[in-house]
Design a protein around this ligand. Structure first.
Ligand code: SAM
Length: 235
């Protein structure tokens, strides 16, 4: 079944691809990287219980699960109805988790609504990473923190053709610049000390790509944010 999805990935758009793999995503994710990724991402933000977080490109809830354990409320956003169905199944007993269907360009969250935004393995799937970052910063309260965990730049083309990656990772300097241009302070990136590993279904290729975590804090108005512009989620 998984092989078939990989063979067909080229004929699907990103949403179609993630709808197809949603039921198997937890198993796929475990093969790609370990739970240490979310521990590191959450520790970087120094999450405090009782606060509110957004998990963007939440998938089936890998980051959300870790956040719930720390006692924060979570708004989980994804473009894929099937991924959100998995989330509903997993968190139906957790009133602190709210799932919302939405896309990178217009997140269904009001301005300055959350204390933390997390995005794990999401940025390399969006059309415009700088625009997606601006949109994530828009929903952060002043003093709120953005934490992005993603792949360093690599050359494994099969991740594009078989797994719908839009970008072959990033240079950390570019991600730091996008965070700073979006208005964040104290921007930094660290290595996560782990590789994301994947084997091509169509050949012998194997990817072992290092993972970074980029973070910054919103201290004032987000740059690129124009008050009064009417987009979904804005009040
Ligand atoms: C590689 S998965 C990561 C899922 C989850 N964060 C995890 O770590 O397991 C990427 C997720 O981002 C979502 N996604 C990709 N592009 C998106 C977009 N433009 N807008 C909203 N969600 C998007 C996909 O539907 C998918 O669930």
């Amino acid at each position: 079944m998984r092989s078939q999805i990989w063979r067909e990935a080229g004929s699907l758009d990103s949403k179609g691809y993630f709808d197809e793999v949603a039921a198997q995503w937890d198993g796929m994710r475990e093969a790609f990287f370990s739970d240490a990724v979310r521990q590191k991402a959450i520790s970087v933000a120094e999450v405090q219980p009782g606060r509110i977080a957004a998990d963007i490109g939440a998938g089936s809830g890998f980051i959300t699960e870790g956040l719930v354990r720390t006692g924060v409320k979570v708004i989980a956003v994804d473009q894929s109805e099937e991924m959100l169905s998995e989330m509903h199944r997993r968190f139906s007993d957790f009133p602190s988790v709210e799932c919302r269907l939405g896309r990178a360009e217009a997140l269904p969250i009001e301005d300055e609504a959350v204390d933390y935004v997390f995005a794990n393995m999401y940025l390399h799937h969006v059309d415009s990473p700088p625009q997606a970052i601006q949109e994530m910063v828009r929903v952060l309260k002043p003093g709120g923190k953005l934490v992005i965990s993603d792949l360093d730049e690599h050359s494994c083309e099969f991740l594009r053709t078989e797994q719908h990656d839009r970008w072959l990772g990033f240079q950390r300097g570019d991600v730091e610049r996008w965070l700073a241009e979006a208005g964040l302070q104290g921007v930094a990136t660290d290595g996560l000390g782990e590789d994301c590993c994947a084997r091509s279904e169509c050949g012998e290729e194997f990817a072992a790509v290092s993972i970074f975590v980029a973070h910054g804090e919103r201290t004032g108005p987000a740059s690129g944010f124009e008050a009064g512009v009417d987009t979904p989620g804005r009040s």
